[in-house]
Design a binder for this molecule. Structure first.
Ligand code: C5P
Length: 230
């Protein structure tokens, strides 16, 4: 059983996160713990989620010198999480060091990279001294992550078909910004349906509000899984 949906537990504290997880089924999804929740609730929450059977994507987007990021990745590996991530903008040495350190672990989490944050546009790139447009930067950074031996990247559904073509099969594309046909996009500007994202080459879908704010989160999750399977 390899659920394709990763439910974003974008909650402020452990109580809310555990209540939400209690309304989901670990056989049907994994969960994502991000910076807000992890800062509030820490390793204890991750352990509780795992004890309940959930695979955890620890979305802390490490970005620091190689030695520090390596230490952080090893600490995450010791938590037993399923997947972690780093910023590709941390550079080759950082990604290769993290990869090499995890390779020495018996049970290492999958290691993926964030390319360019979707909040960064062309004007921001110019201001930061980054060349090219965001699409080129995403492709360049995804290639770099692959060359460093990482397992995949986070990317939008718009980028997925191009990256799948450029990077081949076997490199994970993990895609947020998923909304059912006709549903509210919330603050997401470019959205795709679960079926579109999978057809475009996504391996895993990160989904928050369409599940977490649904009156019945488990029913929403089941409907999305059915759409993917169909
Ligand atoms: O509620 P929603 O489905 O929009 O949540 C999407 C999740 O994916 C959030 O946790 C958000 O931080 C994350 N994410 C995103 N866009 C990115 C990277 C991560 O929406 N480019």
């Amino acid at each position: 059983m390899n659920p394709r949906v990763i439910v974003a537990l974008d909650c402020p504290d452990a109580k809310e996160a555990l209540a939400l997880a209690g309304r989901l089924d670990p056989a049907l999804c994994r969960v994502k713990v991000g910076a807000e929740l992890y800062t509030a609730a820490g390793p204890a929450l991750v352990e509780k989620l795992q004890q309940s059977g959930f695979g955890v994507f620890l979305d802390l987007k490490f970005h620091d010198i190689p030695n520090t990021v390596t230490g952080a990745c090893l600490a995450a590996a010791d938590l037993g999480v399923w997947m972690i991530n780093v910023h590709a903008l941390g550079g080759r040495a950082m990604m290769e060091a993290a990869r090499a350190a995890l390779a020495r672990k018996r049970a290492a989490p999958k290691l993926i990279a964030v390319t360019l944050l979707t909040s960064i546009g062309a004007a921001d790139m110019g201001e930061m001294g980054l060349s090219g447009d965001p699409r080129e930067a995403v492709s360049r950074l995804a290639h770099l992550a692959q060359a460093c031996g990482l397992d995949g990247v986070v990317c939008s559904a718009q980028e997925t078909p191009t990256l799948r073509r450029q990077l081949g099969n076997g490199f994970w594309l993990v895609t947020p910004g998923i909304r059912a046909e006709g549903a509210a996009g919330d603050d997401q500007k470019r959205v795709a349906t679960p079926r579109q994202a999978i057809a475009g080459g996504a391996d895993y879908l990160v989904i928050g509000r369409p599940i977490t704010r649904a009156p019945d989160p488990l029913a929403a999750l089941r409907a999305i899984n059915a759409e993917i399977a169909g």
